[in-house]
Design a protein around this ligand. Sequence first.
Ligand SMILES: Nc1ncnc2c1ncn2[C@@H]1O[C@H](COP(=O)(O)OP(=O)(O)OP(=O)(O)O)[C@@H](O)[C@H]1O
Length: 230
Amino acid sequence: MLKLEAVVIDNGGFDLKADFDVPTGAKVAVIGPSGAGKSTLIGGIAGFLPVRAGRIVWHGQDIGHADPGKRPVAMLFQDGNLFPHLTVAQNVGLGLHPDLRLNQAERDRVASAIARVGLAGMETRKPAALSGGQQSRAALARVLVQGRPLLLLDEPFAALGPALKVEMLGLVEDLVRETGATLLMVSHDPGDARRIADQVVLVTEGVACPPRDTAALLDDPPPALRDYLG
Ligand SMILES: Nc1ncnc2c1ncn2[C@@H]1O[C@H](COP(=O)(O)OP(=O)(O)OP(=O)(O)O)[C@@H](O)[C@H]1O
């Protein structure tokens, strides 16, 4: 269980407040207007932004002041997930060791993560020699190899075309099912939420609301969500 206990996350003077629980294994979409604080919420849980008040608790342990690498978190951003000068295998290997000194067992894990996302045979390619979808797959392989129980996605597929995005969401769904990870995914597309998320956290004006059932919320949106959905 991820517990956000009266948390205030500080993003350069902008405050994001959250006070709710996310059950282990839940798939949660984070939606809301631009500038409302979605990325701030994710950045605070990941450890890239400071927690000014309250606690972030994972399985009973306060992780709110731990270094990002010490948190049970793997994260994907919209851009910049891959280093252009490194091969696919090296980019994935970074998920295990920043210095890329991997033993045989770790190299095997990298190879199986690459195979799992459908990139077997492309281990030695650099990102520029991959399509957009293949780059997303490589980034997902790095998340997979880390084996972290909390997966945070901040609009990772926004730059992909609709069909490719659906394909990548399907892959995320499969990986989450296989690993039992808890998923929080920022998206601007309510269709993404319906496709993958059982619950939705609506973020408006610096407040992240407790998760609500996806269909119930989107079928009967409160005024703030209705304004956003248009
Ligand atoms: N480095 C910063 N310093 C000060 N304010 C910031 C900084 N980064 C973001 N903000 C402000 O924090 C607020 C929340 O930003 P955030 O990126 O979390 O919103 P968001 O909901 O993810 O928006 P979007 O959907 O446009 O990505 C915004 O008003 C933004 O201007």
